[in-house]
Design a protein around this ligand. Structure first.
Ligand code: HEM
Ligand code: FES
Length: 343
């Protein structure tokens, strides 16, 4: 949450996450290359390495993409999300090793610069069977690189949240390019159905989980619309102590918190990476803690405690007959609002 660069601090959870991640990557590669050597003895070790790293990278990318919707469906998956960037950076490294091996194998022996060779050696863009699929892999790798180098919070603060989020949304463009890279590349000559089936299953999982999570949220997101300035959102008794209930009011998701005989409402969207503040709780320090990576906000001002500077919009609230009413128009992020008090 600081604009100054601070080195990544390793804690036990991050170390365990990375250990599992890297053992998974090494285990996958050993298994892939071992089985390849046994069942396809004619395939060279260079090809097995290219294929092992390529399939490992695309598998990691699928995991990166399904973590978001899985967490929206169940908080049980949240531990996967906390260090998702480590997964993203690993995806880039594994994909880059695949790319470098491919360049060495297919483009390094000529007298043209290998990167230029990828771009000019095949220009049959109108052919499906001979499409220059490697260019798609190269563009995807550049996107993964940009995401990996800007994954630290230092860049989130310096690029500003909207630009950073836009940049990181490009992961879907990279995914689409990589599907093209594989379908127009290796699948054109592949005789074994394993890669086609795995890719189809992966594609269905990514699209299906995103649609299912959006559908489930839209059902719980019954919108509260009224011509009055304030809309009835929920009953005070419905909100657990130090927790929130989340309602969509005038198109915006609002987290309505109950604590110490008071009610305050803030935007549900964390300034860090859009985490759901309404699924966090108010701690002993009186701050809402985002369940994703622990950014904190004062429920009455929407501002992070000093020295941090993040702010979310607040909403005016009132209580009538045990019901909470929320003003439809949000206040500017960080605006202090008097909480509504109840007996
Ligand atoms: C400079 C960038 C890249 C180049 C030059 C490149 C090149 C290649 C080549 C030549 C193949 C065919 C290998 C074969 O005949 O078996 C291939 C396949 C593949 N690539 Fe890439 N690639 C790049 C980036 C990526 C990235 C970033 C990913 C994933 C994140 C990726 C995933 C794959 C996969 C899954 C395959 C199919 C593996 C298989 O053969 O079974 N590629 N790539
Ligand atoms: S989304 Fe990361 S702390 Fe809220």
């Amino acid at each position: 949450m600081s604009e100054k660069y601070a080195a990544i601090s390793w804690n036990r959870q991050k170390i365990i996450y990375d250990l599992i991640l890297w053992s998974g990557v090494v285990g996958y590669l050993l298994l892939f290359i071992g089985l390849g050597a046994i069942f396809q003895p004619n395939v060279t070790i260079e090809t097995l390495l290219i294929r092992g790293f390529g399939t490992c990278a695309i598998l990691l990318l699928h995991i990166v993409l399904i973590i978001g919707p899985l967490c929206r469906l169940s908080p049980k998956f949240l531990p996967l999300l906390y260090n998702r960037r480590h997964l993203g950076v690993t995806t880039f490294f594994v994909g880059a090793i695949h790319g470098v091996f491919s360049i060495i194998q297919f483009h390094a022996l000529g007298n043209v610069n290998p990167i230029v060779s990828i771009l000019i050696s095949n220009t049959r863009f109108s052919s499906i069977a001979d499409f220059p699929f490697q260019i798609l892999g190269l563009i995807a790798l550049i996107i993964l690189f940009l995401m990996a180098v800007t994954s630290h919070d230092f860049w989130l603060n310096n690029l500003t949240a909207p630009i950073w989020k836009l940049l990181h949304t490009l992961v879907y463009v990279a995914y689409a390019l990589l599907i093209g890279h594989i379908v127009l590349g290796v699948l054109q000559a592949e005789t074994s159905p394993i890669l086609v089936i795995s890719l189809g299953f992966g594609l269905i999982s990514v699209i299906g989980l995103h649609l299912f999570a959006a559908f489930k949220e839209s059902k719980t997101d019954e919108e509260f619309i009224s011509t009055d300035e304030f809309v009835e959102a929920c009953a005070v008794a419905e909100i657990p102590e130090k927790r929130a209930c989340v309602r969509t009011i005038s198109g915006e998701r609002v987290a309505i918190f109950k604590y110490d005989g008071k009610i305050s409402a803030v935007s549900n969207v964390c300034q860090h990476q859009n985490g759901p503040l309404g699924e966090g709780k108010i701690g002993d320090d009186g701050c809402i803690t985002c369940p994703w990576h622990g950014f904190q906000y004062n429920p009455e001002t929407g501002a992070s405690p000093p020295p941090f500077t993040e702010k979310v919009p607040t909403f005016n609230v009132k209580i009538e007959d045990g019901k909470v009413f929320v003003r439809q128009i949000p206040n500017k992020a960080g605006t202090q609002v008097e909480p509504a008090k109840f007996e």
